[in-house]
Design a protein around this ligand. Structure first.
Ligand SMILES: N[C@@H](CCC(=O)N[C@@H](CS)C(=O)NCC(=O)O)C(=O)O
Length: 213
């Protein structure tokens, strides 16, 4: 199985963490989605988005679709809860991370890291600063109300909810928009605990080395 895209993408990281937690061997090809002419990537991702995925003759794009496939094919350990309330919450947190958190993460991470570091462009620092000061606080404030002191976001077990939210906050951390423990102590402790899992630690170390952080 091949996963296209680099782990600095929070969506690629989400799939790589799922694979690591389940003990699935994935070959990771960290292609650039904008410029890649890798035929395998283009065949798997009709709109040049990462992550994209191939398993034999089967292809998928979109992290949620790929995680759903991996969950069905490799059910243990379960990362999408079965119980109704827990499953609903897991999908809510994954969706909240992938849309609401990502909308703010993009303005901060793109302008501070991707544009200057990889595209040789200055990045719109005003947009990044405004996103950090006005758009991000309500999101961290919400997560502060739901982050558990022990345990997980959806049900009793570690799940896609924890992976998706943590993956997005990891990118905020790279871009100097980390959770301030003085303002959001529960969320900061939760983020530290989940991002310390071995499935995250290796990827974060590799990202930091790649970005020179
Ligand atoms: N909903 C998609 C989002 C994927 C996405 O937007 N990936 C970004 C990288 S973080 C991308 O491919 N950007 C390149 C582009 O839009 O050209 C998922 O969950 O996989």
């Amino acid at each position: 199985m091949i996963l296209f895209g680099a782990s600095v993408s929070p969506f690629v990281r989400k799939v790589l963490v799922v694979a690591a937690e389940k003990g699935i061997a994935l070959e990771n090809r960290p292609i650039n989605p904008t410029t890649s002419d890798d035929a395998g990537f283009l065949a798997a991702s009709p709109f040049r988005k990462i992550p994209a995925f191939r398993d034999g003759d089967y292809t998928l794009a979109d992290s949620t679709a790929i995680v759903s496939y991996l969950e069905a094919k490799f059910p243990a350990p379960a990362l999408i809860p079965q119980e109704a309330r827990a499953r609903g919450k897991a999908i809510w947190f994954e969706e909240m991370a992938d849309t609401i958190l990502y909308g703010v993460e993009f303005k901060i991470f793109f302008n501070r890291i991707i544009a200057p570091g990889f595209l040789n462009m200055p990045g719109d620092q005003k947009e990044a600063n405004e996103a950090q000061t006005t758009l991000l606080p309500p999101l961290y404030a919400y997560l502060e109300t739901v982050a558990p002191a022990a345990g997980f976001l959806a049900g009793d077990d570690f799940s896609i909810a924890d992976i998706a939210v943590t993956s997005m906050i990891v990118n905020m951390t790279y871009a100097n928009a980390a959770v301030d423990p003085a303002k959001y102590p529960q969320l900061a402790a939760y983020h530290a605990r989940i991002s310390a899992r071995p499935s995250f630690v290796k990827l974060i170390a590799a990202d930091r080395a790649m970005m020179g952080l």
